[in-house]
Design a protein around this ligand. Structure first.
Ligand code: HEC
Length: 154
C-alpha cells in the first residue's frame, strides 16, 4: 500500500516537473509589455543580437525589392539567402530557451521563406511571383511586430 502511494507520488512529481518545463519552453521568458504587446525579457547582448538580425532582414528585403526592380535576379537570390536558415543556425541555446515557441517558429519560418525566395529567383520566377512571396513574408514581420516587444535587463 505504502509502496503504491510512493510510486504514485513519484509519478505525480515527474508529471509536474515535465509540465513546468513544458510551460517554460512554450512561454519563454516573457511578461506583459508596456503597450499591450507581450515582452520577451533578454540580456542586453541578446537583445542586441536579435535587433542586429532584424536590421539584416530589413536590409535584405530592401535589396530584394531593388534587385527585382532592376531585373537583377542574382542579387535577389544572394540578398535573400544571406538571411536564410543558414544565418539562424548558430543562435545559442540559452537565448533560444528565453524565446517563446510561437516567436521562434514565426522567426524560423521567415528565414525559410527567404531561402525559398532565393531558390525562386534562381529558377527565374517572374517579378510578380517574387514580389508576392516577399509580400507574404513581410506580413509575418508585421504580425510579429504587432504582438511582441523586447526588453533588456542586466
Ligand atoms: C518572430 C518575431 C519577429 C519577426 C518574424 C520579425 N521581427 Fe523584427 N522585431 C521583432 C521584435 C520583437 C522587435 C523589437 C520591437 C520592440 O522592442 O519594440 C523587432 C525589431 C525590428 C527592427 C528594429 C531594429 C532595431 O535596431 O531597433 C527592424 C528593422 C525589424 N524588426 C525588421 C524586421 C523585418 C524586415 C522582418 C521580416 C522580414 C522582421 N523584422 C520579422 C520581432 C520580429
Amino acid at each position: 500500500m505504502l509502496k503504491n502511494r510512493l510510486a504514485l507520488l513519484a509519478i505525480v512529481l515527474w508529471v509536474v516537473t515535465i509540465a513546468v518545463f513544458a510551460w517554460f519552453f512554450v512561454r519563454g521568458n516573457t511578461e506583459a509589455g508596456t503597450d499591450g504587446r507581450n515582452t520577451v525579457v533578454l540580456a542586453a547582448s541578446e537583445r542586441n543580437l536579435i535587433l542586429g538580425e532584424m536590421r539584416a532582414l530589413l536590409a535584405a528585403s530592401q535589396q530584394v525589392v531593388q534587385g527585382i526592380q532592376q531585373g537583377d535576379m542574382k542579387r535577389v537570390a544572394e540578398s535573400a539567402r544571406a538571411v536564410g536558415m543558414a544565418s539562424a543556425v548558430d543562435v545559442n541555446p540559452a537565448l533560444m530557451a528565453k524565446l517563446p515557441v510561437a516567436f521562434k517558429s514565426l522567426g524560423m519560418s521567415v528565414h525559410r521563406d527567404m531561402d525559398d525566395l532565393a531558390q525562386a529567383a534562381d529558377k527565374g520566377k517572374s517579378s510578380a511571383e517574387l514580389l508576392g512571396m516577399l509580400s507574404n513574408t513581410m506580413s509575418k514581420c508585421v504580425g510579429c511586430h504587432s504582438g511582441w516587444q523586447l526588453k533588456a535587463v542586466q
